[in-house]
Design a protein around this ligand. Structure first.
Ligand code: ZN
Ligand code: ZN
Length: 349
């Protein structure tokens, strides 16, 4: 079967790989249909694995952690709810079950996190074996929106961390796919959203998915916009989805006293931060990592009820044979990419 193999940093080759054998008793064999490519795929592809946990060897690897698929075969001990022919979204995460976060019910922060497409082979191949506990039926969702369940689950988890009461104002830094998913999920939950992004087309998309306000500019301009929107208070919640090392300092300036900052975007870089702002404003700063099974289930429902808005986020599509171009498209600011999809089961294969 065909797969896109990232052999070493910057080297992706599409070629033949062996098919998985019959499924283990509690595994399913799925046929990936659509795979979303995101910033973390690009980091991985470039060999920038510094933000990933553990000193592990990542290459060679078949990437792809945002995937929709059709169940091909189920293992003999799989529950009856999952059947061959079902379309599913794959929850890429499994925890070790032994560390403190796993025992605390927070496998999404496991110290030896195991993610499909990063720590083990992912969706950029024609067949994939995964534990049945990691597939979620998506009903009549099409393959493309079903591939957006994973990024939506990241947004759902971040909002859980933010704990935004109904009607409250939230600033979302960054209107890439995760920022847009967060804007959509927050608006759907009744929050009032302002999104920031340097790219005008992304700001327009933020308005389309439910933000009531968008802004961009230098630090002073942005602060002015936020002050005007919040009657001089700052926002009770700021969620950073940018992965820009300077965003945390910016978030601490935009958040109001007693407010909360949630950091979703990842970066291995350091950035200066005035630590006095934490006690002065008594702000909470929380990280948000991946998503739990419950978040993933909630994300399926959110994607099901916002198909049209989500369809507007798919900017580019490539067949599996052109997987490298898909990654390069995400990397190229001039391409204007939002969510880039790779179609795995296309007729050209
Ligand atoms: Zn992703
Ligand atoms: Zn663990």
């Amino acid at each position: 079967m065909l797969a896109a193999v990232t052999r070493s940093p910057g080297v992706m080759v599409v070629g033949q790989v062996p098919e998985p054998g019959p499924p283990g008793p509690q595994d399913v064999i799925v046929r990936p249909e659509a795979v979303g490519i995101c910033g973390s795929d690009l980091h991985f592809y470039s060999g920038d694995t510094g933000a990933l946990s553990g000193a592990r060897s990542f290459f060679p690897r078949i990437q792809g952690h945002e995937l929709s698929a059709v169940v091909e075969q189920t293992g003999k001990d799989c529950p009856g709810g999952v059947r061959a022919g079902d379309r599913v979204a794959v929850w890429p995460l499994r925890g070790c079950g032994r560390c403190y976060p796993c025992r605390a019910g927070r496998a999404n922060a496991c110290v030896s996190l195991d993610l499909v497409g990063i720590h083990r082979d992912g969706g950029l191949q024609q067949l994939l074996s995964v534990p049945v506990s990691q597939v979620f039926g998506v009903g009549d969702l099409g393959p493309e929106p079903a591939a957006f369940v994973e990024p939506m689950s990241i947004a759902v988890h971040a909002l859980g961390r933010a704990g935004i009461p109904d009607g409250q104002q939230v600033i979302i830094l960054g209107a890439g796919p995760i920022g847009l998913a967060t804007a959509l999920a927050a608006s759907a939950a009744g929050a009032r959203v302002m999104a920031t992004d340097p790219v005008p087309a992304r700001r327009d998309l933020a308005l389309k998915v439910g933000a009531e306000n968008v802004a961009w500019g230098g630090d002073g301009e942005l602060l002015d916009a936020v002050q005007a929107w919040t009657h001089g208070q700052g926002a009770p919640t700021v969620i950073d989805t940018t992965g820009d090392p300077g965003a945390l300092a910016q978030a601490t300036r935009l958040v109001c006293s007693a407010g909360r900052v949630v950091v979703v975007g990842m970066s291995a870089a350091a950035a200066p931060l005035r630590s006095g702002v934490f006690p002065e404003k008594e702000i909470d700063v929380l990280g948000s990592s991946c998503a739990t099974a419950a978040d993933f289930r909630a994300a399926v429902a959110l994607v099901q009820s916002h198909r049209e808005a989500i369809a507007a986020l798919f900017s580019h599509r490539f067949p599996l044979t052109h997987a490298r171009e898909a990654i390069e498209c995400v990397a190229d600011p001039a391409a204007g990419a939002v969510k880039v999809l790779i179609t795995v089961g296309g007729p050209e294969l």
